[in-house]
Design a protein around this ligand. Sequence first.
Ligand code: PEP
Ligand code: MN
Length: 356
Amino acid sequence: MEFESILLPGVEDKRPIIISGPCSAETEEQVMETAQKLAEKGVKIFRAGVWKPRTKPGGFEGVGTPALKWLQRVRKETGMYVATEVATEKHVYESLKYNMDMLWIGARTTANPFAVQEIADTLRGVDIPVLIKNPVNPDLELWIGAIERLYNAGIKKIGVIHRGFSTNDKTVYRNIPQWHIPIELKRRYPNLPVICDPSHIGGKRSMIKTISQQAMDLNYYGLIIESHRNPDDAWSDSSQQITPDTLAEILSELVIRDQVQSTEDLSDLRRQIDDLDNEILQLLSKRMRVSREIGLYKLEHDMPVLQTGRYDHIRKDRVEQAEKMEMAGEFVLKVLEAIHTESVRQQFEVMEKAKK
Ligand code: PEP
Ligand code: MN
């Protein structure tokens, strides 16, 4: 795929390009005040959600079409370009009717090929930059599939937004970054601009700066950051929105390093190691949780903690498996022993607590 630049006239081609604005357009005043403050800070592309995909019904689902008029006003009065999220044919028609400059496809929509195809078909013949968020699930092929659907409909100004992936596990993130997925996408399509959404990855204000810096260190092209004139009062995603002042402060503190290919490759690889270590720790903690449940079961049924037959079987089975996976049996035995020791310790601990 040969992509064309997503840059709009007058926006400087300098990392990071910035897109900012509220999660949702709530009222005309909120939109205008936030936009004016952002424009004063030099932001050139304004975002606001007009139709809001909510996990459960009953939340604020967006103002809909009337809010597009407010975005038109932003465009006219501040000179900023305006961008909004589309998920259906109707959203696309309305957005084009009200002269949106840029569109994005939300994470839940990217996960649905029917919806992406509908958007692509509606956009056929229209020359507008479209940013495609990663699907909610960590599926690189599904993400690429969405890019292809738009590309095949003639949309050449394509960018992607990395907003992290949902998980049921407790983590410090709202959506775990799994950096290796966008990194692999970048590797396969070096001309595809990748924009990071630290707001939806972190889910809280305090994480925006760190995640933004990480994205810059990974050579991302831009950042999309949610901002609001009064974040505490936001009708959606309140805990992750920041004021335009805070945004300007964070941006001024970002360190943009020169793109040096060799260290860039190294930091890509290191990021993969960080991700994998994180996955190993999460798996270990899940395994310990199951061990504790077994401990309680054994206590209730008056069984001994250590059952040698079972442990011997596990050792043999896992070593055979590891050798097939190109790891030394001896190494894997050591790891298993350490895990087993900790499991037994946790079982004793949980049993002691239960007895008290
Ligand atoms: C948003 O950008 O406000 C949004 C709904 O994001 P996502 O699709 O990433 O959840
Ligand atoms: Mn949001």
